[in-house]
Write a protein that binds this ligand. Sequence first.
Ligand SMILES: [Zn+2]
Length: 215
Amino acid sequence: MTLSIKTLELPPIGTNCYLLTKEGSDEIAVVDAPLGAWKEVKAALEGLNVRIAHLLMTHGHWDHTLDGWLFNEDRRYITYGGDGDAEFYRDPESMSRFSIPGLEMKPMRIDRWVKQGDRLTLLGETVEVREVPGHSPGSVLFWFKESDCVFSGDALFQRSIGRTDFPGCSFEELERSIQQQIYSLPRKVKVYPGHGPRTAVGEEIENNPFVRAAK
Ligand SMILES: [Zn+2]
């Protein structure tokens, strides 16, 4: 069964939230929780018989976590994230210097800290976790192996890469993460980033102007 992926581009800065379902599975997975995600996901779930729900957090930056606390309140949801960003999840106000003034930023709870090489079984398929620090210390990606797609957060975008001018960022580290953890995936794997349109591993190896494949 193929994974069905719905993309929600949400305010205030156009952050992608992905809603994943699979025919025959009573599970749903959501990738990231930008502002408005909870309402949109709830509306999309109406009439679906979902028993188990997962919220996969690619990283702890505020524009990906604003609705996280709402998912925490629904007991079906298990949240996953990288512990390098634990401080951001626990104390989002620590990011107020680089967010938009006036936003209410509530802490969110991560139920399961994930790390390099973890294998999760979600919607009946194997999902490999890889650590991709550089844009944030606790950035992780989720690779749905049977469906050939990866949720890369803000590490890699179509023809671009994540910013590295925030606290805890490093271009060298991000470059290494992309080369070692993303460019090593099969070239056909579709990349669903935290902002902007979908791309593919092979396309970025060929065309990304910021990070070239390691020689
Ligand atoms: Zn970010």
